[in-house]
Design a protein around this ligand. Structure first.
Ligand code: PLP
Length: 423
């Protein structure tokens, strides 16, 4: 490792240099292999250095790496939009490209706002989201994010959008059934809309399965349908942040499909470009988009949006998902992984919960499974476990969130190409 680095991220970076990737493995410069057990940050859904994807990207590179969207249509962007629509549920048939998840979330919200204006709903400006949640780091997305360590330094600069509790039913110690719990949490949305004034509420934003914020938290089935009903009752648009869950990670192209829900808008990124290009998308119904275009256009856009190189990569990724049947594999391998995690939980009393959907899974460490008391922070167990795994060549993803309603967890989310033997 070079001694001096001019680069910084959240902190200085003590990690070894990456040399290359292959399938579910990454190799550092000493040749040591690592199982990419979190697909980076739940990004590398089709694994590393897929030769067919690389060939398609190289072919596009030889033609043109950039063509500004206001100067040319491009086949990769048109084809990727068509493929995205074909893979998402009916009713989501317009696509807007971006370069990442925060951009996707903010674009979804701005689309909702402009649609509301076309409907004469000028007063609708509030977006309700959940706590804990993660929707991104840019100011708009951060305001919708329920995670204090990231918000605190900037809180005085944020508008302060309303929040409701995300369902953390595994912590509830009541006598309700799962169904009743789901409905209980969904009613929080109705209460909040009424408290804020229904004619001021633009949208409700949620991760269908929690990601980094809640550790793969899945709500009871009853939650999803009731949330959809409540949004419809008040003409509030339902936005699904599928940045982490989308593109097959949970065993369906959109996680929404598990509950037969069609959101009004869905945000995609991460597995959509799968690490082959910085790429994201907003998918929405024509009934929202067409009035905006008729009224003069969407007042929004990023320079790199829809660039042909990123779109060629995205198209190759979606083709790979289809050709290799990777979404079905995510569902099947997700069951294998969940069974293994459950077996670990039986063996180790300090694992308090395992949860997830498809290949977005998590386990949580506690000092007492009955009370779900977190481990003593002084043990620093979270960092130590991540480091021990890393030393042994396994990458997992951890986040401490107690203080919100979800616990301290590790995400296990390998590439969707993983086999049973590799799990
Ligand atoms: N939304 C969700 C659910 C995420 O998990 C993330 C990233 O972790 C984002 C939005 C933000 O995406 P990005 O980091 O690409 O801006």
């Amino acid at each position: 490792m070079s001694e001096e680095s001019y680069l910084f991220y959240q902190s200085r970076n003590p990690r070894p240099f990456l040399n290359r990737g292959e399938g579910i493995y990454l190799f550092d410069e000493s040749g040591k292999p690592y199982i990419d057990g979190s697909s980076g940050a739940m990004v590398s859904n089709i694994g590393h250095s897929n030769p067919r994807v690389l060939d398609k990207i190289k072919a596009q590179m030889d033609r043109a790496t950039f063509g500004y969207r206001l100067h040319f249509r491009t086949h990769p962007s048109e084809d990727l939009a068509a493929k995205t629509v074909a893979m998402t549920p009916e009713g989501l048939d317009r696509v807007f490209f971006v370069s990442g998840g925060s951009e996707a979330v903010e674009s979804a919200v701005k689309l909702a706002r402009q649609y509301a204006i076309t409907q004469g709903h000028q007063k609708r400006i509030k977006v309700i989201s959940r706590f804990p949640s993660y929707h991104g780091c840019t100011f708009g997305a951060l305001d919708l994010t329920g995670y204090d360590p990231l918000r605190d330094p900037f809180a005085p600069m944020l508008a302060g959008m309303p929040k409701i509790a995300a369902p953390a039913t595994y912590l509830d110690r009541d006598n309700l059934s799962e169904d009743e719990r789901g409905l209980k949490y969904a009613e929080l949305l109705r209460d909040k809309i009424l408290a804020e004034g229904p004619d001021t509420v633009l949208a409700f934003l949620m991760e269908p399965v929690g990601g980094a914020s809640t550790g793969a938290l899945v709500a009871p089935d009853s939650y999803y349908g009731r949330i959809r009903e409540i949004c419809d009752e008040f003409d509030v648009l339902l936005i699904y942040d599928e940045v982490m869950t989308g593109a097959g990670r949970t065993g369906k192209f959109l996680a929404a499909e598990h509950w037969g829900i069609t959101p009004d808008i869905a945000a995609l990124s991460k597995g959509f470009g799968a690490g082959y290009a910085p790429l994201g998308a907003v998918v929405a119904g024509a009934r929202l988009v067409e009035p905006i275009l008729d009224a003069g256009g969407f007042a929004h856009g990023f320079t790199y949006a829809g660039n042909p190189l990123a779109c060629a990569a995205g198209l190759a990724v979606l083709e790979e998902l289809e050709d290799q049947n990777l979404i079905a594999n995510a569902a099947a391998m997700g069951e294998v992984l969940m069974n293994e995690l459950r077996a670990l939980m039986e063996r180790y009393p300090f694992i308090g919960d395992v949860r997830g959907k498809g290949l977005l899974t998590a386990f949580e460490l506690v000092s007492d499974r009955d009370t779900m008391e977190p481990l003593d922070p002084a043990l620093n167990a979270y960092d130590r476990l991540v480091e021990l795994a890393y030393e042994r060549g396994l990458i997992i993803y951890s986040r401490r969130t107690r203080g919100g309603t979800a616990g301290d967890h590790f995400l296990v989310a390998p590439p969707l190409i993983i086999t049973e033997a590799q799990i």
